[in-house]
Design a protein. Sequence first.
Length: 524
Amino acid sequence: MPRVFVAATLGLLFATGAHANAPRCQAIVKLAGPSFTIQAAEIVPAGTAVGRARVSLPAHCRVAGTLNPRRGAGGETFGIGFDLRMPDDWNGRFAFAGGGGLDGVLNPALGDLAGSVDPPALARGFAVVSTDGGHRGTSMLDARFGLDQQARVDYAFNAIDKVTLKAKELIGHYYGRPPQRSYFLGCSNGGRQGMLAAQRFPDYFDGIVAGAPVFNFSRIVANQIWNIQVLSRIAPRDASGTPILSRAFTDADLELVSRSLLRACDAHDGLADGMINDYRACKFDPQELQCSGAKNDSCLSSAQVGALKDIFSGARNSRGESLYGRYPFDTGIAQPVWRRMHLGTSETAKSDASDVVLGLETLRYYLLTPPEPDFDPLKFDFDRDLARTRATQAFGDADSTFLRTFAARGKLILYHGISDQGMAAGALTDWYDRLRSDTGGNPQDWARLFLVPGMTHCGGGRSTDRFDMLAAITDWVENGKAPERISAGGAAFPGVTRPLCPYPKVARYVGDDANSEKSFSCRE
């Protein structure tokens, strides 16, 4: 793990140009101390940034700092890194840009919600902050920080707490006034962080957008281990008898399932358009595709049919009880992301599937107490071994449904791709359904969930995956206008728009222009 945290006096960047705000920006360095070091305090001129997409950004003061630097397990250097950007033309709003994966990298604080928000929050006049989650790694899949107790806590929730408070303090110092409104924007782990903020820090944010949230992280990882075991049972084996996961299904197999799904379920919403809006009416059963004779590209083997049923039903214990949640059958199974997540492309027994790598790393280093770097996932016992994840689950999962303090003052928008095969849409709808009894009142008054047909993890897939959740949350918080529908488009369907409807409503075609979202109504 690289040693990247340095004292404020080392490697400090100053803007020396004639920008009027340069002195104010540089003056932030005076606030540094033993528990708060600064690596950069600079004016970034207006220009084009290269990130998830090319975006034009305004001139802004950038502060890169570290909270609570320390020496941790194995002599490694830790600390909560953050990137804060404060635009010249500030609109009085603050946004926390959530992370992804296992964090461990410090992304530029743009506030683009995994690329779905264009222009990003910074370009709209928000002051924006991001964090590395309290550690640095080789990538967002590097879980070795979990060998350190404090690093586990920082990643789970402490970085959100400490960075939010410090960012608001610095914003007040720079502008001479605190933020008028505060927002959280995140997808994947950033979605978990957003839900966690609503549950643990209910007075920090006025509005939260949480996309594809890994809110019950410990169960998601258990489900990833379940998938490894399921696929290992049917995958061809190498000379040593070790399964090669990438060969469990061919691309032709996955495309067959997707085509069959569309034939069975596409028109349930009134229009056959390549998207399954009414997913609850879809009763597709992969058994229909089982070969009556030898396996070929027009059918699935009985072992493949059984594996699909097990994967889409989610992890279960020996009593058949669900340990996570169900995945709706959807078109995303034919998308490259499904292969990348579950199967990979490796022709050897060493899998390169992202969910395999993430699941193994996370289980071994972060979830198991104590950590066990050599744990064999094929020996994971779903009756016995979940108990070894409970300690981390207790402080890292964001699955509470008692949110009365936040519900009284804040607004929450959740969104999730129905084709996201990393996180189950069924697990999130189950969580949302419990809000009514556990928090009380009508959840629609303060929390709304939007499911996106065909969308994979945080974006992509055969979907309309471009939508402005930032505008929706600010309009709800500041103008009291609850989002009854959100217009969405995307590169997969050029010239086509569709409404995203608040769960449990779905978009139904009512006639006229099939390419326009105006030709659909949101209803159950």
